[in-house]
Ligand binder design. Structure first.
Ligand code: PGA
Length: 257
């Protein structure tokens, strides 16, 4: 059985530190906690930066802590008002960061240059990177998915010697923009075909990396996704905010053969 990953992206939720702590505690005391310490499925959560310390204190050791973003101007410290760096989040206990989530690309105009800098900074401080890619609805309808993904993947060539597959330093999350938070997903066959395409692109760069699917993953569709040999896990938004649904998704991927 290949290593699976289920990662909860809490985005800008919840509103209070006490709710974030309660969510972390509830997950830590749920069956997911014991599942996460099994080698079959690595579990991680990605809270808001402002809740990072509180969530770290409340989380059990088996659950990985990540961040949604890091500064691109520096890996360390400096005059960059409003930013939080790879160095700072690693110091608090984050072990990975998302890079290139579609909400960052869309609302913050993140370019390839910015995303490359973030990946370099993450690796410089020992953080793993979950690099998010995906096409918009229009691109999907025009049949441009592979071309879009190819362009988004191109920046990874530079990092081929740092993307240690065994250490999972680099993980890809394929998230069609039109599937995020909409309840829509590509078909199972489409996802598998796309994951195979991504795998081949990475192989051409000399990179082997787990490939997660994200976009409206829930407790109902996770068991089907978990059956695939080429879907190495899930990046989960909305359904990660309720312990019951997140635990069910973890369970599905832990059971997969
Ligand atoms: P969703 O979000 O599960 O709410 O669709 C996924 C994501 O944006 O990572």
């Amino acid at each position: 059985m290949s290593q699976k990953y289920v990662i909860g992206n809490w985005k800008l939720n919840p509103a209070t530190v006490s709710d974030a702590t309660a969510l972390a505690q509830s997950l830590s005391s749920s069956p997911a906690q014991s599942l996460s310490s099994s080698p079959a499925c690595v579990v991680g959560v990605v809270p808001s930066l402002v809740h990072l310390s509180a969530v770290k204190s409340a989380l059990s050791d088996g659950i990985m802590l990540g961040v949604q973003d890091i500064a691109h101007k520096t890996a360390d410290t400096g005059a960059f008002t409003g930013d939080v760096s790879a160095c700072q989040v690693a110091n608090i206990g984050a072990i990975f960061t998302l890079v290139g989530h579609s909400e960052r690309r869309q609302y913050h105009g993140e370019t390839d240059e910015i995303l490359s800098a973030k990946i370099a900074h993450a690796f410089a401080h020992g953080l793993s990177v979950i690099y998010c890619i995906g096409e918009t609805k229009d691109e999907y309808e025009r049949g441009e998915t592979f071309g879009v993904l190819k362009n988004q993947l191109a920046i990874l060539q530079t990092f081929a010697n740092q993307a240690d597959a065994d250490a999972a330093k680099l993980i890809i999350a394929y998230e069609p923009v039109w599937a995020i938070g909409t309840g829509l997903t590509p078909t199972f066959d489409e996802i598998e075909t796309t994951h195979r395409f991504i795998k081949d692109e990475l192989t051409a760069f000399g990179i082997t990396a787990p490939i997660l699917y994200g976009g409206s993953v829930n407790d109902k569709n996770a068991p089907e996704f978990a059956k695939s040999d080429v879907i190495d896990g899930a990046l989960v938004g909305g359904a990660s905010l309720k312990t019951d649904s997140f635990t069910a998704i973890i369970h599905a991927f832990s059971q997969s053969k």
